[in-house]
Unconditional design. Structure first.
Lengths: 493, 140
Protein backbone atom coordinates (compact mmCIF):
# COMPACT_ATOMS: atom_id res chain seq x y z
CA UNK A 1 0.00 0.00 0.00
CA UNK A 2 2.87 2.18 0.60
CA UNK A 3 4.06 1.90 -2.87
CA UNK A 4 0.74 2.70 -4.20
CA UNK A 5 0.65 5.62 -2.00
CA UNK A 6 0.26 7.96 -4.86
CA UNK A 7 -3.31 7.11 -5.35
CA UNK A 8 -3.99 6.17 -1.85
CA UNK A 9 -2.37 9.12 -0.30
CA UNK A 10 -4.50 11.53 -2.04
CA UNK A 11 -7.52 9.69 -1.03
CA UNK A 12 -6.44 9.40 2.47
CA UNK A 13 -5.54 12.96 2.52
CA UNK A 14 -9.04 13.79 1.88
CA UNK A 15 -10.02 11.52 4.61
CA UNK A 16 -7.82 13.30 6.93
CA UNK A 17 -7.78 10.16 8.83
CA UNK A 18 -4.64 9.03 10.31
CA UNK A 19 -3.24 9.83 13.58
CA UNK A 20 -5.75 9.37 16.20
CA UNK A 21 -6.03 11.41 19.19
CA UNK A 22 -2.66 10.46 20.35
CA UNK A 23 -0.63 12.21 17.85
CA UNK A 24 2.64 11.61 19.42
CA UNK A 25 1.63 8.24 20.50
CA UNK A 26 0.48 7.28 17.16
CA UNK A 27 3.60 8.23 15.46
CA UNK A 28 5.56 6.37 17.97
CA UNK A 29 3.66 3.26 17.60
CA UNK A 30 3.55 3.80 13.99
CA UNK A 31 7.20 3.71 13.52
CA UNK A 32 7.76 0.70 15.61
CA UNK A 33 5.09 -0.97 13.69
CA UNK A 34 7.02 -0.48 10.60
CA UNK A 35 9.96 -1.90 12.30
CA UNK A 36 8.09 -5.01 12.95
CA UNK A 37 7.69 -5.57 9.35
CA UNK A 38 11.16 -6.82 8.99
CA UNK A 39 10.82 -9.16 11.82
CA UNK A 40 7.65 -10.72 10.86
CA UNK A 41 8.49 -11.00 7.29
CA UNK A 42 10.07 -14.37 7.52
CA UNK A 43 7.17 -15.59 9.48
CA UNK A 44 4.93 -14.52 6.80
CA UNK A 45 6.91 -16.47 4.37
CA UNK A 46 6.31 -19.66 6.11
CA UNK A 47 3.19 -18.24 7.32
CA UNK A 48 0.46 -20.19 8.72
CA UNK A 49 -1.83 -18.05 6.83
CA UNK A 50 -4.39 -20.39 5.70
CA UNK A 51 -5.18 -17.99 3.05
CA UNK A 52 -2.67 -16.58 0.77
CA UNK A 53 -3.25 -13.13 1.87
CA UNK A 54 -0.77 -11.72 -0.45
CA UNK A 55 -2.69 -12.71 -3.44
CA UNK A 56 -5.81 -11.56 -1.85
CA UNK A 57 -4.28 -8.33 -1.12
CA UNK A 58 -3.01 -7.95 -4.56
CA UNK A 59 -6.35 -8.34 -5.99
CA UNK A 60 -8.37 -6.51 -3.55
CA UNK A 61 -5.92 -3.91 -2.72
CA UNK A 62 -7.17 -1.03 -4.69
CA UNK A 63 -10.64 -1.94 -3.73
CA UNK A 64 -9.57 -2.07 -0.21
CA UNK A 65 -8.03 1.25 -0.38
CA UNK A 66 -11.13 2.85 -1.56
CA UNK A 67 -13.12 1.18 1.03
CA UNK A 68 -10.59 2.05 3.55
CA UNK A 69 -10.91 5.66 2.84
CA UNK A 70 -14.56 5.48 3.37
CA UNK A 71 -14.18 3.74 6.57
CA UNK A 72 -11.29 5.65 7.76
CA UNK A 73 -13.06 8.78 8.59
CA UNK A 74 -15.78 6.93 10.28
CA UNK A 75 -13.30 4.94 12.19
CA UNK A 76 -11.34 7.91 13.11
CA UNK A 77 -14.29 9.74 14.32
CA UNK A 78 -15.46 6.93 16.35
CA UNK A 79 -12.13 6.23 17.75
CA UNK A 80 -11.56 9.80 18.43
CA UNK A 81 -14.80 10.19 20.17
CA UNK A 82 -14.41 7.04 22.07
CA UNK A 83 -11.01 7.54 23.25
CA UNK A 84 -10.30 10.87 24.63
CA UNK A 85 -8.98 8.79 27.38
CA UNK A 86 -7.59 6.51 24.82
CA UNK A 87 -5.51 9.33 23.62
CA UNK A 88 -3.84 9.54 26.85
CA UNK A 89 -3.47 5.88 26.95
CA UNK A 90 -1.93 5.76 23.59
CA UNK A 91 0.39 8.49 24.40
CA UNK A 92 1.11 6.86 27.62
CA UNK A 93 1.75 3.63 25.97
CA UNK A 94 3.93 5.22 23.51
CA UNK A 95 5.78 7.13 26.08
CA UNK A 96 6.09 4.13 28.18
CA UNK A 97 7.18 1.96 25.46
CA UNK A 98 10.13 3.93 24.59
CA UNK A 99 11.78 1.43 22.48
CA UNK A 100 15.05 1.82 24.11
CA UNK A 101 13.44 0.98 27.35
CA UNK A 102 11.64 -1.94 26.00
CA UNK A 103 14.75 -3.91 25.76
CA UNK A 104 15.16 -3.59 29.41
CA UNK A 105 11.73 -4.40 30.47
CA UNK A 106 10.75 -7.17 28.27
CA UNK A 107 7.84 -8.48 30.07
CA UNK A 108 6.70 -5.37 31.72
CA UNK A 109 5.40 -3.53 28.79
CA UNK A 110 3.59 -6.39 27.40
CA UNK A 111 0.35 -4.80 28.07
CA UNK A 112 1.34 -1.79 26.15
CA UNK A 113 2.46 -3.86 23.35
CA UNK A 114 -0.91 -5.19 22.94
CA UNK A 115 -1.96 -2.07 21.36
CA UNK A 116 0.74 -2.17 18.89
CA UNK A 117 0.15 -5.41 17.19
CA UNK A 118 -2.85 -4.58 15.20
CA UNK A 119 -1.07 -1.74 13.66
CA UNK A 120 1.98 -3.77 13.18
CA UNK A 121 -0.03 -6.45 11.76
CA UNK A 122 -1.60 -4.28 9.28
CA UNK A 123 1.50 -2.56 8.32
CA UNK A 124 3.38 -5.71 8.02
CA UNK A 125 0.83 -7.12 5.80
CA UNK A 126 0.89 -4.12 3.70
CA UNK A 127 4.54 -3.89 3.55
CA UNK A 128 4.83 -7.40 2.62
CA UNK A 129 2.24 -6.96 0.08
CA UNK A 130 3.91 -4.03 -1.36
CA UNK A 131 7.13 -5.76 -1.39
CA UNK A 132 5.83 -8.29 -3.64
CA UNK A 133 4.17 -5.87 -5.87
CA UNK A 134 6.81 -3.32 -6.06
CA UNK A 135 10.08 -4.83 -5.53
CA UNK A 136 12.02 -1.96 -4.41
CA UNK A 137 15.60 -2.70 -4.36
CA UNK A 138 15.70 -0.60 -1.33
CA UNK A 139 14.52 -3.44 0.71
CA UNK A 140 17.31 -4.09 3.03
CA UNK A 141 19.20 -7.22 3.53
CA UNK A 142 16.95 -8.04 6.38
CA UNK A 143 13.99 -10.04 5.36
CA UNK A 144 10.65 -8.63 5.86
CA UNK A 145 9.38 -9.02 9.30
CA UNK A 146 6.70 -11.50 9.71
CA UNK A 147 3.46 -10.08 10.73
CA UNK A 148 2.50 -13.21 12.53
CA UNK A 149 5.42 -12.77 14.77
CA UNK A 150 4.26 -9.49 15.99
CA UNK A 151 0.71 -10.42 16.36
CA UNK A 152 1.58 -13.39 18.39
CA UNK A 153 3.96 -11.46 20.44
CA UNK A 154 1.15 -9.72 22.07
CA UNK A 155 -1.86 -11.61 23.17
CA UNK A 156 -4.60 -9.69 21.61
CA UNK A 157 -7.98 -9.73 23.19
CA UNK A 158 -10.72 -9.95 20.74
CA UNK A 159 -12.36 -6.76 19.88
CA UNK A 160 -16.02 -6.63 20.52
CA UNK A 161 -17.84 -5.86 17.38
CA UNK A 162 -19.84 -3.25 19.12
CA UNK A 163 -16.84 -1.15 19.44
CA UNK A 164 -16.39 -1.05 15.78
CA UNK A 165 -18.46 0.36 13.08
CA UNK A 166 -20.76 -2.21 11.78
CA UNK A 167 -19.77 -1.56 8.26
CA UNK A 168 -16.21 -1.14 8.91
CA UNK A 169 -14.03 -3.57 7.26
CA UNK A 170 -11.37 -2.73 9.65
CA UNK A 171 -11.78 -4.58 12.78
CA UNK A 172 -9.12 -4.92 15.31
CA UNK A 173 -8.87 -7.52 17.88
CA UNK A 174 -8.09 -5.25 20.67
CA UNK A 175 -10.16 -4.40 23.59
CA UNK A 176 -8.94 -0.90 23.63
CA UNK A 177 -10.27 1.56 21.23
CA UNK A 178 -6.89 2.66 20.51
CA UNK A 179 -5.91 0.01 18.18
CA UNK A 180 -8.63 0.72 15.74
CA UNK A 181 -7.53 4.24 15.90
CA UNK A 182 -4.00 3.34 15.35
CA UNK A 183 -4.55 1.08 12.53
CA UNK A 184 -6.95 3.32 10.85
CA UNK A 185 -4.80 6.24 11.36
CA UNK A 186 -2.01 4.46 9.80
CA UNK A 187 -3.87 4.75 6.66
CA UNK A 188 -2.23 1.61 5.71
CA UNK A 189 -5.14 -0.51 6.11
CA UNK A 190 -6.53 -2.39 3.42
CA UNK A 191 -9.32 -4.37 4.56
CA UNK A 192 -8.00 -5.91 7.60
CA UNK A 193 -10.08 -8.07 9.67
CA UNK A 194 -8.12 -8.75 12.74
CA UNK A 195 -10.92 -9.77 14.91
CA UNK A 196 -11.74 -13.32 15.30
CA UNK A 197 -15.38 -12.76 14.98
CA UNK A 198 -14.89 -11.57 11.49
CA UNK A 199 -17.53 -9.04 11.99
CA UNK A 200 -16.71 -7.12 8.93
CA UNK A 201 -15.08 -9.26 6.36
CA UNK A 202 -16.66 -7.57 3.53
CA UNK A 203 -14.63 -6.64 0.60
CA UNK A 204 -12.08 -9.34 0.32
CA UNK A 205 -11.04 -8.97 3.85
CA UNK A 206 -7.49 -9.62 4.48
CA UNK A 207 -7.57 -11.89 7.36
CA UNK A 208 -4.76 -11.64 9.74
CA UNK A 209 -6.50 -13.67 12.26
CA UNK A 210 -4.65 -16.84 11.61
CA UNK A 211 -1.62 -15.17 12.94
CA UNK A 212 -3.25 -14.18 16.12
CA UNK A 213 -3.42 -17.59 17.66
CA UNK A 214 0.27 -17.91 17.38
CA UNK A 215 1.64 -16.70 20.59
CA UNK A 216 5.10 -15.52 20.09
CA UNK A 217 6.94 -13.89 22.91
CA UNK A 218 7.12 -10.16 22.82
CA UNK A 219 10.22 -8.78 21.27
CA UNK A 220 9.95 -5.07 21.51
CA UNK A 221 13.37 -4.26 20.27
CA UNK A 222 12.50 -6.00 17.11
CA UNK A 223 9.98 -3.37 16.46
CA UNK A 224 12.52 -0.73 16.15
CA UNK A 225 14.68 -2.80 13.90
CA UNK A 226 11.75 -3.62 11.86
CA UNK A 227 10.87 -0.11 11.44
CA UNK A 228 14.29 0.78 10.34
CA UNK A 229 14.24 -1.69 7.62
CA UNK A 230 11.14 -0.45 5.99
CA UNK A 231 11.21 -0.70 2.31
CA UNK A 232 11.29 2.27 0.11
CA UNK A 233 8.15 3.37 -1.38
CA UNK A 234 6.41 6.32 -2.62
CA UNK A 235 7.87 8.63 -0.12
CA UNK A 236 6.05 11.72 0.51
CA UNK A 237 8.44 12.83 3.09
CA UNK A 238 10.79 15.56 2.39
CA UNK A 239 14.41 14.79 2.37
CA UNK A 240 15.41 17.04 5.19
CA UNK A 241 12.91 15.43 7.38
CA UNK A 242 14.35 12.09 6.71
CA UNK A 243 17.65 13.20 7.87
CA UNK A 244 16.32 14.26 11.18
CA UNK A 245 14.20 11.26 11.62
CA UNK A 246 16.84 9.04 12.88
CA UNK A 247 19.19 11.30 14.50
CA UNK A 248 19.37 8.92 17.34
CA UNK A 249 16.25 10.39 18.73
CA UNK A 250 13.43 8.20 19.72
CA UNK A 251 10.46 7.80 17.60
CA UNK A 252 8.53 10.42 19.31
CA UNK A 253 10.59 13.14 17.83
CA UNK A 254 10.51 11.47 14.56
CA UNK A 255 6.83 11.27 14.59
CA UNK A 256 6.48 14.78 15.64
CA UNK A 257 8.53 15.82 12.72
CA UNK A 258 6.53 13.75 10.41
CA UNK A 259 3.38 14.75 11.91
CA UNK A 260 4.00 18.38 11.72
CA UNK A 261 4.96 18.35 8.19
CA UNK A 262 2.16 19.83 6.34
CA UNK A 263 4.09 20.32 3.22
CA UNK A 264 2.98 17.13 1.85
CA UNK A 265 -0.42 18.38 1.51
CA UNK A 266 -1.95 16.24 4.06
CA UNK A 267 -5.23 17.37 5.12
CA UNK A 268 -6.45 16.96 8.56
CA UNK A 269 -9.93 16.15 9.27
CA UNK A 270 -11.75 18.03 11.81
CA UNK A 271 -10.41 15.76 14.42
CA UNK A 272 -6.92 16.67 13.62
CA UNK A 273 -6.13 13.18 12.73
CA UNK A 274 -3.08 12.83 10.71
CA UNK A 275 -2.80 10.14 8.26
CA UNK A 276 0.49 8.57 8.05
CA UNK A 277 1.05 6.87 4.86
CA UNK A 278 3.07 3.91 4.18
CA UNK A 279 5.27 5.95 2.03
CA UNK A 280 6.33 8.05 4.87
CA UNK A 281 7.08 5.06 6.91
CA UNK A 282 9.14 3.70 4.15
CA UNK A 283 10.93 6.91 3.88
CA UNK A 284 11.72 6.89 7.51
CA UNK A 285 13.18 3.51 7.26
CA UNK A 286 15.15 4.23 4.23
CA UNK A 287 18.01 6.03 5.71
CA UNK A 288 18.77 3.38 8.23
CA UNK A 289 18.76 0.37 6.06
CA UNK A 290 22.43 -0.07 5.92
CA UNK A 291 22.99 -0.07 9.64
CA UNK A 292 19.82 -1.76 10.77
CA UNK A 293 20.88 -5.32 10.71
CA UNK A 294 23.99 -4.50 12.59
CA UNK A 295 22.02 -2.56 15.13
CA UNK A 296 19.63 -5.37 15.53
CA UNK A 297 22.36 -7.84 16.17
CA UNK A 298 24.27 -5.71 18.59
CA UNK A 299 21.09 -4.65 20.29
CA UNK A 300 20.07 -8.20 20.78
CA UNK A 301 23.48 -9.13 21.98
CA UNK A 302 23.40 -6.33 24.46
CA UNK A 303 20.05 -7.43 25.73
CA UNK A 304 21.13 -10.99 26.10
CA UNK A 305 24.14 -9.90 28.08
CA UNK A 306 22.02 -7.76 30.33
CA UNK A 307 19.61 -10.57 30.98
CA UNK A 308 22.45 -12.88 31.83
CA UNK A 309 23.73 -10.37 34.29
CA UNK A 310 20.38 -10.17 35.98
CA UNK A 311 20.30 -13.92 36.30
CA UNK A 312 23.81 -14.00 37.67
CA UNK A 313 22.82 -11.45 40.26
CA UNK A 314 19.83 -13.50 41.20
CA UNK A 315 21.97 -16.58 41.74
CA UNK A 316 24.15 -14.77 44.21
CA UNK A 317 21.29 -13.91 46.48
CA UNK A 318 20.51 -16.58 49.08
CA UNK A 319 16.76 -16.61 48.86
CA UNK A 320 15.53 -15.04 45.71
CA UNK A 321 11.86 -14.40 45.52
CA UNK A 322 10.37 -13.53 42.18
CA UNK A 323 12.08 -13.68 38.89
CA UNK A 324 11.39 -10.22 37.61
CA UNK A 325 14.02 -7.57 37.41
CA UNK A 326 12.64 -5.34 40.09
CA UNK A 327 12.59 -8.17 42.61
CA UNK A 328 16.06 -9.25 41.65
CA UNK A 329 17.40 -5.79 42.26
CA UNK A 330 15.45 -5.46 45.49
CA UNK A 331 16.73 -8.75 46.80
CA UNK A 332 20.23 -7.81 45.82
CA UNK A 333 19.95 -4.58 47.76
CA UNK A 334 18.78 -6.38 50.87
CA UNK A 335 21.46 -8.96 50.56
CA UNK A 336 24.20 -6.42 50.15
CA UNK A 337 23.05 -4.62 53.25
CA UNK A 338 22.93 -7.88 55.12
CA UNK A 339 26.42 -8.77 54.02
CA UNK A 340 27.70 -5.42 55.13
CA UNK A 341 26.19 -5.91 58.55
CA UNK A 342 27.68 -9.35 58.82
CA UNK A 343 31.09 -8.07 57.85
CA UNK A 344 30.89 -5.40 60.50
CA UNK A 345 29.81 -7.92 63.07
CA UNK A 346 32.57 -10.33 62.22
CA UNK A 347 35.16 -7.62 62.26
CA UNK A 348 33.96 -6.68 65.69
CA UNK A 349 34.35 -10.23 66.86
CA UNK A 350 37.82 -10.55 65.45
CA UNK A 351 38.79 -7.34 67.10
CA UNK A 352 37.36 -8.48 70.37
CA UNK A 353 39.08 -11.80 70.25
CA UNK A 354 42.33 -10.19 69.48
CA UNK A 355 42.03 -7.86 72.42
CA UNK A 356 41.20 -10.74 74.66
CA UNK A 357 44.23 -12.61 73.55
CA UNK A 358 46.37 -9.63 74.19
CA UNK A 359 44.97 -9.30 77.61
CA UNK A 360 45.51 -12.92 78.34
CA UNK A 361 49.15 -12.43 77.71
CA UNK A 362 49.32 -9.95 80.50
CA UNK A 363 48.78 -11.63 83.86
CA UNK A 364 45.87 -10.31 85.78
CA UNK A 365 46.73 -9.46 89.28
CA UNK A 366 43.90 -7.16 90.22
CA UNK A 367 41.27 -9.81 90.37
CA UNK A 368 41.83 -12.52 92.95
CA UNK A 369 38.87 -14.46 91.76
CA UNK A 370 40.72 -15.35 88.64
CA UNK A 371 41.35 -19.01 88.79
CA UNK A 372 40.90 -20.25 85.33
CA UNK A 373 41.90 -18.91 82.03
CA UNK A 374 38.31 -18.41 81.11
CA UNK A 375 37.52 -16.30 84.05
CA UNK A 376 40.44 -14.10 83.52
CA UNK A 377 39.31 -13.85 80.04
CA UNK A 378 35.92 -12.77 81.13
CA UNK A 379 37.38 -10.21 83.46
CA UNK A 380 39.55 -9.06 80.71
CA UNK A 381 36.54 -8.72 78.57
CA UNK A 382 34.93 -6.48 81.01
CA UNK A 383 37.82 -4.19 80.90
CA UNK A 384 37.96 -4.44 77.21
CA UNK A 385 37.39 -1.04 75.76
CA UNK A 386 35.54 -2.69 72.93
CA UNK A 387 32.89 -3.88 75.29
CA UNK A 388 32.37 -0.59 76.91
CA UNK A 389 32.51 1.58 73.91
CA UNK A 390 30.58 -0.19 71.24
CA UNK A 391 27.46 -2.22 71.28
CA UNK A 392 27.63 -5.11 68.99
CA UNK A 393 24.45 -5.37 67.06
CA UNK A 394 23.42 -7.16 64.00
CA UNK A 395 20.27 -8.26 62.37
CA UNK A 396 19.42 -10.87 59.86
CA UNK A 397 16.27 -11.96 58.18
CA UNK A 398 16.02 -15.17 56.27
CA UNK A 399 13.13 -16.62 54.48
CA UNK A 400 12.74 -20.00 53.03
CA UNK A 401 9.79 -21.63 51.48
CA UNK A 402 7.85 -22.29 54.63
CA UNK A 403 10.01 -20.79 57.32
CA UNK A 404 10.90 -17.32 58.30
CA UNK A 405 13.71 -16.55 60.68
CA UNK A 406 14.64 -13.22 62.14
CA UNK A 407 17.75 -13.02 64.25
CA UNK A 408 18.80 -9.96 66.15
CA UNK A 409 21.89 -9.69 68.24
CA UNK A 410 22.39 -6.86 70.63
CA UNK A 411 25.52 -7.09 72.61
CA UNK A 412 25.17 -10.53 74.11
CA UNK A 413 21.49 -11.10 73.73
CA UNK A 414 20.16 -13.02 70.84
CA UNK A 415 16.54 -12.70 69.90
CA UNK A 416 15.13 -15.10 67.42
CA UNK A 417 11.75 -14.93 65.83
CA UNK A 418 10.59 -17.95 64.02
CA UNK A 419 7.53 -18.43 61.93
CA UNK A 420 6.89 -21.76 60.42
CA UNK A 421 4.04 -23.53 58.87
CA UNK A 422 2.76 -26.04 61.28
CA UNK A 423 4.02 -29.48 60.71
CA UNK A 424 6.61 -30.35 63.22
CA UNK A 425 7.33 -29.51 66.75
CA UNK A 426 9.87 -26.89 65.92
CA UNK A 427 10.32 -25.93 69.53
CA UNK A 428 12.29 -29.05 70.06
CA UNK A 429 14.60 -28.55 67.18
CA UNK A 430 15.14 -24.93 67.87
CA UNK A 431 16.11 -25.55 71.43
CA UNK A 432 18.52 -28.19 70.23
CA UNK A 433 20.13 -25.76 67.87
CA UNK A 434 20.36 -23.11 70.51
CA UNK A 435 22.07 -25.53 72.79
CA UNK A 436 24.58 -26.33 70.12
CA UNK A 437 25.28 -22.70 69.61
CA UNK A 438 25.79 -22.31 73.32
CA UNK A 439 22.96 -19.94 73.72
CA UNK A 440 21.28 -19.67 77.03
CA UNK A 441 17.56 -19.65 76.57
CA UNK A 442 16.00 -17.14 78.82
CA UNK A 443 12.55 -16.74 77.53
CA UNK A 444 10.33 -18.29 74.96
CA UNK A 445 6.88 -17.31 73.95
CA UNK A 446 4.72 -18.37 71.13
CA UNK A 447 2.32 -20.88 69.86
CA UNK A 448 0.08 -21.93 67.11
CA UNK A 449 -1.61 -19.18 65.24
CA UNK A 450 -3.84 -20.37 62.51
CA UNK A 451 -1.69 -22.46 60.31
CA UNK A 452 1.61 -21.26 61.57
CA UNK A 453 3.84 -21.70 64.49
CA UNK A 454 5.23 -18.46 65.69
CA UNK A 455 7.87 -18.28 68.36
CA UNK A 456 10.06 -15.75 69.97
CA UNK A 457 13.24 -16.85 71.67
CA UNK A 458 15.28 -14.65 73.90
CA UNK A 459 18.64 -15.98 74.76
CA UNK A 460 21.94 -14.90 76.00
CA UNK A 461 25.25 -15.70 74.54
CA UNK A 462 27.37 -17.71 76.82
CA UNK A 463 30.51 -15.89 77.65
CA UNK A 464 33.35 -16.55 75.38
CA UNK A 465 31.44 -18.15 72.61
CA UNK A 466 31.37 -16.50 69.32
CA UNK A 467 27.96 -16.06 67.90
CA UNK A 468 27.14 -14.10 64.92
CA UNK A 469 23.79 -13.59 63.42
CA UNK A 470 24.25 -15.25 60.13
CA UNK A 471 25.46 -18.42 61.72
CA UNK A 472 22.45 -18.55 63.98
CA UNK A 473 20.01 -17.84 61.23
CA UNK A 474 21.53 -20.19 58.74
CA UNK A 475 21.74 -23.03 61.15
CA UNK A 476 18.23 -22.55 62.36
CA UNK A 477 16.76 -22.45 58.95
CA UNK A 478 18.76 -25.40 57.87
CA UNK A 479 17.68 -27.57 60.74
CA UNK A 480 14.09 -26.55 60.71
CA UNK A 481 13.76 -26.97 57.01
CA UNK A 482 15.35 -30.34 57.12
CA UNK A 483 12.94 -31.54 59.73
CA UNK A 484 10.09 -30.01 57.94
CA UNK A 485 10.93 -31.73 54.76
CA UNK A 486 11.51 -35.03 56.48
CA UNK A 487 7.98 -35.23 57.65
CA UNK A 488 5.30 -35.57 55.05
CA UNK A 489 2.40 -33.23 55.37
CA UNK A 490 -0.02 -34.49 57.95
CA UNK A 491 -3.67 -33.78 57.98
CA UNK A 492 -4.75 -31.34 60.54
CA UNK A 493 -5.70 -32.75 63.87
CA UNK B 1 26.07 4.78 35.14
CA UNK B 2 23.91 2.69 32.98
CA UNK B 3 22.01 -0.39 33.93
CA UNK B 4 24.55 -2.87 32.75
CA UNK B 5 27.34 -1.36 34.77
CA UNK B 6 25.20 -1.05 37.84
CA UNK B 7 24.32 -4.71 37.70
CA UNK B 8 27.88 -5.69 37.05
CA UNK B 9 29.09 -3.60 39.95
CA UNK B 10 26.48 -5.13 42.19
CA UNK B 11 27.61 -8.60 41.28
CA UNK B 12 31.21 -7.75 41.93
CA UNK B 13 30.45 -6.10 45.22
CA UNK B 14 28.36 -8.98 46.48
CA UNK B 15 31.10 -11.41 45.63
CA UNK B 16 33.57 -9.20 47.38
CA UNK B 17 31.48 -9.03 50.51
CA UNK B 18 30.89 -12.74 50.51
CA UNK B 19 34.58 -13.32 50.27
CA UNK B 20 35.35 -11.07 53.20
CA UNK B 21 32.64 -12.74 55.25
CA UNK B 22 34.26 -16.04 54.51
CA UNK B 23 37.70 -14.79 55.39
CA UNK B 24 36.54 -13.27 58.63
CA UNK B 25 34.71 -16.42 59.68
CA UNK B 26 37.77 -18.49 58.96
CA UNK B 27 39.88 -16.10 60.91
CA UNK B 28 37.44 -16.22 63.77
CA UNK B 29 37.38 -19.98 63.80
CA UNK B 30 41.11 -20.09 63.91
CA UNK B 31 41.14 -17.77 66.82
CA UNK B 32 38.45 -19.79 68.46
CA UNK B 33 40.48 -22.95 68.06
CA UNK B 34 43.44 -21.47 69.79
CA UNK B 35 41.51 -20.01 72.66
CA UNK B 36 40.63 -21.80 75.87
CA UNK B 37 37.47 -23.84 76.05
CA UNK B 38 34.48 -22.26 77.60
CA UNK B 39 33.23 -23.47 80.92
CA UNK B 40 30.87 -20.82 81.86
CA UNK B 41 27.74 -22.89 81.53
CA UNK B 42 28.82 -24.93 84.47
CA UNK B 43 29.33 -21.78 86.29
CA UNK B 44 25.77 -20.86 85.67
CA UNK B 45 24.42 -24.21 86.62
CA UNK B 46 25.78 -23.91 90.06
CA UNK B 47 24.05 -20.66 90.25
CA UNK B 48 20.83 -22.20 89.15
CA UNK B 49 20.70 -24.65 91.93
CA UNK B 50 21.46 -22.00 94.42
CA UNK B 51 18.73 -19.87 92.98
CA UNK B 52 16.12 -22.52 93.30
CA UNK B 53 17.05 -23.32 96.80
CA UNK B 54 16.99 -19.72 97.72
CA UNK B 55 13.41 -19.36 96.77
CA UNK B 56 12.36 -22.69 98.10
CA UNK B 57 11.39 -23.89 94.75
CA UNK B 58 11.25 -27.49 93.99
CA UNK B 59 10.80 -29.05 90.65
CA UNK B 60 7.12 -29.56 90.08
CA UNK B 61 4.67 -30.46 87.46
CA UNK B 62 1.08 -29.55 87.15
CA UNK B 63 -1.19 -31.00 84.54
CA UNK B 64 -4.72 -29.82 84.16
CA UNK B 65 -7.26 -31.11 81.80
CA UNK B 66 -9.20 -28.41 80.06
CA UNK B 67 -11.84 -30.02 77.99
CA UNK B 68 -11.53 -32.32 75.08
CA UNK B 69 -8.02 -33.34 74.60
CA UNK B 70 -6.50 -30.11 75.78
CA UNK B 71 -4.19 -29.86 78.68
CA UNK B 72 -2.63 -27.08 80.50
CA UNK B 73 0.76 -27.96 81.85
CA UNK B 74 2.96 -26.08 84.18
CA UNK B 75 6.46 -27.20 84.92
CA UNK B 76 9.08 -25.78 87.16
CA UNK B 77 12.53 -27.15 87.06
CA UNK B 78 16.07 -26.23 87.50
CA UNK B 79 17.85 -24.61 84.69
CA UNK B 80 20.49 -26.69 83.10
CA UNK B 81 22.19 -26.89 79.79
CA UNK B 82 20.07 -28.94 77.49
CA UNK B 83 17.31 -29.22 80.05
CA UNK B 84 14.73 -27.57 77.95
CA UNK B 85 15.62 -29.77 75.06
CA UNK B 86 14.97 -32.87 77.03
CA UNK B 87 11.69 -31.51 78.16
CA UNK B 88 10.70 -30.72 74.65
CA UNK B 89 11.59 -34.17 73.57
CA UNK B 90 9.37 -35.58 76.24
CA UNK B 91 6.50 -33.42 75.19
CA UNK B 92 6.78 -34.52 71.64
CA UNK B 93 7.00 -38.11 72.74
CA UNK B 94 3.70 -37.65 74.44
CA UNK B 95 2.34 -36.66 71.13
CA UNK B 96 1.29 -33.24 72.14
CA UNK B 97 0.62 -30.44 69.80
CA UNK B 98 1.64 -27.27 71.48
CA UNK B 99 -0.98 -24.63 71.10
CA UNK B 100 0.89 -21.97 72.92
CA UNK B 101 3.68 -21.80 75.36
CA UNK B 102 5.55 -19.47 77.56
CA UNK B 103 8.91 -20.22 79.11
CA UNK B 104 10.69 -17.92 81.45
CA UNK B 105 13.76 -18.19 83.52
CA UNK B 106 14.68 -16.41 86.60
CA UNK B 107 17.40 -17.07 89.08
CA UNK B 108 18.18 -20.48 87.80
CA UNK B 109 14.65 -21.72 87.74
CA UNK B 110 12.71 -22.34 84.64
CA UNK B 111 8.99 -21.99 84.44
CA UNK B 112 7.29 -23.60 81.55
CA UNK B 113 3.64 -23.13 80.89
CA UNK B 114 2.11 -24.60 77.88
CA UNK B 115 -1.27 -25.56 76.66
CA UNK B 116 -1.21 -28.51 74.44
CA UNK B 117 -3.57 -30.62 72.53
CA UNK B 118 -2.93 -34.26 72.55
CA UNK B 119 -4.25 -37.29 70.88
CA UNK B 120 -4.91 -38.88 74.17
CA UNK B 121 -7.89 -37.88 76.07
CA UNK B 122 -9.44 -38.34 79.39
CA UNK B 123 -8.72 -37.35 82.87
CA UNK B 124 -6.75 -40.37 83.76
CA UNK B 125 -4.25 -39.38 81.25
CA UNK B 126 -3.46 -36.26 83.14
CA UNK B 127 -2.04 -38.17 86.03
CA UNK B 128 0.05 -40.31 83.80
CA UNK B 129 1.35 -37.28 82.07
CA UNK B 130 2.22 -35.69 85.31
CA UNK B 131 4.15 -38.67 86.49
CA UNK B 132 5.95 -38.96 83.25
CA UNK B 133 6.98 -35.35 83.27
CA UNK B 134 8.16 -35.49 86.80
CA UNK B 135 10.40 -38.28 85.81
CA UNK B 136 11.76 -36.32 82.95
CA UNK B 137 12.49 -33.35 85.10
CA UNK B 138 14.23 -35.51 87.60
CA UNK B 139 16.51 -36.70 84.89
CA UNK B 140 17.45 -33.32 83.65
Amino acid sequence: MYEESAGFDQNSLHEGGGLVQAEDGFSQTHIPNCNNNNQSFSMEEQSNYPQNQMSQQDVAFSALEMELQHHLNLEMEQCYNNTSSGNHEIQEIVHDSNWQEMTNFNGENQYHHQHQPPADYVQNGHHHHHQQNFTTGSLPETPYPTTPDLLNMFPLPRCSPSSLLPNSSITFSNSAHKSPGFLASLGLLGEINTSADGSSASAGAVVYDPLLPLNLPPQPPLLRELFHSLPHGGYTLGAPRNGTLFGGVDERDVNVGLYQNGDHGRSFDHNGVFEFTAGEIDCIGKNRDGKDTKHFATERHRRVLLNDKYQALRKLVPNPTKNDRASIVGDAIDYINELKRTVTELKGWVEKKRCIKERLKRPKTEDDAVMEGNESKSVGEMDNPYNSSSLRSSWLHRKSKNTEVDVRIIDDEVTVKLVQQKRINCLLFVSKVLDELQLDLHHVAGGLIGDYYSFLFNSKICEGSIVYASAVANKLIEVVDKQYAAIPPTSSY
Amino acid sequence: MNKATIITDAITYIEELQKSVEDLTDQLHQMEATSVAEENPNFKEIDAEQGMNKWGLAPEVQVNHIGGTKYWIKIVFQKKRGGLTKLMEAISVLGFDITDTSITTSDGAVLVTLSAEGIHGGLSEADKIKKFLLEVIGNI
